[in-house]
Design a protein around this ligand. Structure first.
Ligand SMILES: *[C@@H]1O[C@H](CO)[C@@H](O)[C@H](O)[C@H]1NC(C)=O
Ligand SMILES: *[C@@H]1O[C@H](CO)[C@@H](O)[C@H](O)[C@H]1NC(C)=O
Ligand SMILES: *[C@@H]1O[C@H](CO)[C@@H](O)[C@H](O)[C@H]1NC(C)=O
Ligand SMILES: *[C@@H]1O[C@H](CO)[C@@H](O)[C@H](O)[C@H]1NC(C)=O
Ligand SMILES: *[C@@H]1O[C@H](CO)[C@@H](O)[C@H](O)[C@H]1NC(C)=O
Length: 425
């Protein structure tokens, strides 16, 4: 058997020439081109396709894809081989409107920006790091965004640190049971947007003070790998026709901090509760003529108090979610929950009736799992109801994997935009 160290250096050798000669035209440059043993998830070896590009060095672009653009706030790395911009948004705006995939390498540092990606063709934004498979070692942080306190904005869409949507209408939340009526003919945005090793913080107020999004994805496909999203109320918003896959992320928030209309699948991640309030999830389903799987799915993750000093005050108080309309769908699967979780699991929101909302759980474990509490009736729109649905293996099957929930109107799987190095199923 090859030693890990040997295989790791072999991977790096293979990857470096590979990354130098990437065809600019390829729309899928980052797909599997290295031996499977080079990928960390399966082997424990800290290596990915972008590793060589991500390692900080005097020549930061030496091992990056050919079409890559550099973000260097000091503007000291200037070359005729690649464009350099001082901010991430300037780099995003510089990408031509063609069908090619582009990569933006962001140098280590803290960036005070609100980012907005409207481009339709594939785009990857990667942060410099010595260890792409350890999120806690991320070297790039984006701080930006605002909070919609006292409803000072007409919509939460204006608050986000990172927005991925074709235009403003697509990203509006709106209000009422069905939200903003996105006009017919609004285009789809990015078909394959990826971020690696970047933390996003909406810290206008370092307390809960109205909706303050850290990420907003609508009419777009987004893969977030080894990223962090930090805010309080409404941290993660996946809007209409939005698809988002979060792998090995840390997401911190309180009050409905996973909310939206689209489809989110959060895998192998850490969800940090900064306090209780509302629920962890609040989804609005949509009636469609085809069978949709819109909802939020949390798999093989940890749902825990943000730190030990607040954990004691939160004991038994945090709800798994509350239905934003009667088509809400959320499922926690194989997830560890600490003692912060309310024994009943999910709670109600105003007088909205529950069915056909799906407030699901499957394979929960840890101190937050209370089978008797979950099976207790709560007053729901005047009716005593058990809110939390414990799904059986047969019932959870159609929501189990990303390919089960990211589907086309025809019911075909729609996961080509997910980096297959991080298929965790
Ligand atoms: C994102 O950019 C587009 C195009 O400039 C703009 O119309 C839209 O309002 C921006 N979105 C947000 C949330 O600021
Ligand atoms: C946004 O939606 C409004 C209201 O439906 C519509 O009047 C407007 O034309 C739309 N704007 C764009 C850029 O599509
Ligand atoms: C614990 O988390 C709370 C909520 O985010 C924060 O206000 C507090 O400063 C944190 N305490 C420590 C010791 O990190
Ligand atoms: C979905 O359709 C049902 C049945 O027509 C209706 O009662 C409900 O209000 C609709 N929900 C939404 C969110 O459109
Ligand atoms: C839930 O409670 C009902 C009534 O108390 C009981 O009949 C049922 O067996 C319980 N279900 C589970 C899964 O504990």
């Amino acid at each position: 058997m090859l030693s890990k160290a040997y295989l790791s250096s072999l991977c790096l050798l293979l990857a470096v020439p590979f990354s130098r000669t990437l065809p600019v035209e390829s729309s899928l440059e980052a797909r599997t081109t290295l031996p499977a043993g080079c990928y960390g998830k399966r082997t424990g070896i800290h290596f990915t396709t972008y590793s060589a590009c991500q390692i900080p060095s005097d020549d930061p672009m030496a091992h990056c894809p050919q079409s890559a653009v550099l973000v260097d706030p000091s503007m000291t790395h200037i070359s005729s081989d690649y464009p350099t911009y001082p901010t991430i948004q300037q780099a995003i705006d510089s990408i031509p409107n063609n069908n090619r995939r582009y990569t933006i390498l962001v140098m280590a540092g803290t960036y005070h920006e609100q980012l907005n990606v409207t481009r339709a063709a594939p785009l990857s934004i990667i942060g410099q790091t010595y260890d792409p498979l350890d999120r806690s070692k991320n070297l790039v942080t984006v701080i930006g965004g605002t909070a919609n306190y006292n409803s000072r904005y007409t919509d939460n869409a204006f608050t986000s640190t990172l927005t991925v949507a074709p235009n403003l209408n697509a990203s509006l939340t709106g209000s009422g049971p069905t939200g903003f009526a996105v006009p017919e003919g609004t285009p789809f945005g990015n078909i394959d947007f990826r971020v690696y090793n970047i933390d996003f913080r909406n810290t206008e107020f370092d307390i809960s003070n109205g909706p303050a999004l850290a990420i907003s994805v609508s009419r777009a496909n987004a893969g977030l790998y080894y990223c962090g999203f930090y805010s309080y109320q409404d941290t993660v918003y996946i809007g209409k026709l939005g698809n988002a896959y979060f792998f090995q992320n840390e997401i911190a928030g309180q009050t409905d901090f996973l909310y939206g209309f689209g489809t989110a699948y959060i895998s192998n991640s850490k969800l940090l509760m900064r306090s209780c309030g509302g629920g962890v999830t609040a989804w609005k389903g949509t009636n469609t003529t085809f069978e949709n799987r819109y909802g939020v799915y949390i798999a093989s993750s940890d749902l825990v108090a943000a730190n030990s000093s607040i954990a004691a005050t939160m004991k038994g108080k945090c709800a798994l979610g509350r239905p934003w309309n009667n088509l809400h769908r959320s499922i926690f699967m194989d997830t560890y929950m600490d003692a912060s979780i309310k024994p009943v699991g999910y709670i109600t929101w105003s007088a909205i009736p529950i069915p056909p909302a799906l407030l699901g759980e499957y394979g929960t474990y840890g101190p937050g799992w209370d089978p008797v509490g979950r099976n207790t009736t709560q007053l729901q729109a005047g009716v005593l109801t058990v809110m939390t649905t414990e799904l059986t293996a047969a019932e959870v099957k159609k929501f189990r994997k990303p390919e089960d929930v990211f589907i086309t109107e025809q019911g075909k799987k729609n996961i080509d935009w997910i980096d297959e190095q991080f298929y965790a199923w």
